[in-house]
Design a protein around this ligand. Structure first.
Ligand SMILES: *Cc1c(COP(=O)(O)O)cnc(C)c1O
Length: 399
């Protein structure tokens, strides 16, 4: 049986380059970067070198890079920092979107509940995209932050980040973007795209888990979430995870250098997958057809329960997801699918397939066939589907 990993949006396999970059910092150069003797200073040098390389990948300066434990921490720190500096100026309004990652949404909820901030969540429409104009219209005198994700982790749609950034810059409002799905998958340039703060996570681009980056443009005051030593310019205490940071830098460099080749290979395969899955009756692609990541596809199918679909696909060797890894295991439908207007009953029947660059055309075709078979099988057993077929319930999608 084929074994196909189609859940790269949840996490990725580490690249050999990343693993090799980490090994010396576990086995030999294991010193604490704050220590003054040679292996401490060697680790420090490697750390600063990694910082410069990461900065270069996103068009930033080394001192604008803070290493964190991942994307969630970077999102939390960016939002809390912007909120604090807004509060000092009497500005307690934040703009975001309804389909952000929970690391953003839950942080915003907490500011609302515990600190009296007001949060506007913009509509992302049926195509999963928010426009710069809508952001501009929502900005008020008291807005201190706009946070809009670069690319959505469930449906893969890519937002007009440079335009949103330009609007924020013009109005003097800080702009943060959760770029965890974008980094290494599409070009990031914080200067050209007018980004003030940005979050990325190594394990989404073939680096190790538990390592991320917060980029904060120089001059932006940061609040630290973890108190302790003076690591990371006093903005993030704790002995630096040097091996993971070396893996992060190597993986980001490798992925960034390969973006053109990645897109050239992945886009036709993604489109082949979309075309194949579109042959399934009463199903629909979620999110814009064009403005999407090269590797992520998400469909809703009527009369299907997502969990059963995933389990049967796993039996056929396909590891997929029905949305976010964080909500699987809960029976709530995806907040992302509800945000793009999918009714509850189809939001439960979603399938996310996210491929990595080692995928083959045979694997794509095998996956299409596997999904077709499993959807037909599940519908054959579903009383709900019988009601749809007999006209007792109306269909939501066209055939
Ligand atoms: C995975 C992910 C995160 C969380 O990153 P971690 O490193 O796992 O904490 C945040 N935002 C998005 C869009 C993600 O896909």
């Amino acid at each position: 049986m084929m074994r196909i990993y189609a859940d790269n949006a949840a996490t990725t396999k580490m690249s050999n380059t990343a693993i090799q970059a980490m090994l010396p910092y576990m086995a030999e150069i294991y010193g604490n970067p704050s220590s003054l003797y040679t292996i401490g200073q060697e680790a420090k040098e490697a750390l600063e070198n990694a910082r410069a390389r990461v900065a270069k990948c996103i068009g930033a300066e080394p001192r604008e890079i803070i290493f964190t434990s991942g994307g969630s921490e970077a999102d939390n720190q960016a939002i809390v920092s912007a909120a604090k500096s807004g509060e000092r100026r009497g500005k307690k309004h934040i703009i975001s979107t309804a389909f952000e990652h929970h690391a953003v949404l839950h942080t915003l909820k907490k500011l609302e509940k515990e600190q009296g901030f007001e949060v506007t969540l913009l509509d992302v429409h049926a195509n999963g995209i928010v426009t710069a104009e809508e952001v501009a219209n929502a900005i008020r005198e008291d807005t201190c932050l706009v946070t809009v994700m670069f690319a959505n982790n469930e449906i893969g749609t890519v937002q007009p980040i440079a335009e949103i950034g330009a609007v924020c810059r013009e109005k003097g409002v800080l702009f943060h973007t959760d770029a965890v799905q974008a980094a290494g998958h599409t070009t990031i340039d914080v200067k050209a795209q007018n980004i003030d703060m940005l979050s990325i996570s190594a394990h989404k681009f073939h680096g190790p888990k538990g390592a991320g980056v917060l980029y904060a443009k120089k001059g932006i005051p940061l609040v630290n979430l973890i108190e302790g030593g003076a690591q990371e310019r006093g903005k993030r205490a704790g002995t630096e995870n040097v091996p993971a940071i070396m893996g992060l830098a190597a993986a980001l460099e490798e992925a960034t250098a390969n973006i053109a080749a990645y897109e050239a290979k992945m886009i036709p395969l993604r489109d082949r997958l979309i075309a194949g899955l579109s042959e399934i009756p009463y199903g629909e692609l979620n999110g814009d057809r064009e403005h999407r990541l090269p590797g992520t596809v998400n469909f809703c199918f009527e009369g299907i329960e997502g969990e059963s679909l995933l389990l049967l696909l796993d039996d056929k060797g396909v590891s997929a997801s029905s949305g976010s890894a964080c909500t699987s295991g809960s029976l709530d439908p995806s907040h992302v699918l509800l945000a793009i207007g999918r009714p509850h009953e189809v939001a439960h029947g979603s399938l996310r397939l996210s491929f990595g660059e080692d995928v083959t055309v045979e694997e794509i075709d095998y996956t299409i066939e596997a999904v077709k078979e499993v959807v037909a099988y599940l519908r054959g057993m579903s009383p709900f589907w019988r009601d749809l077929e007999s006209g007792k319930r109306p269909h939501i999608f066209a055939k």
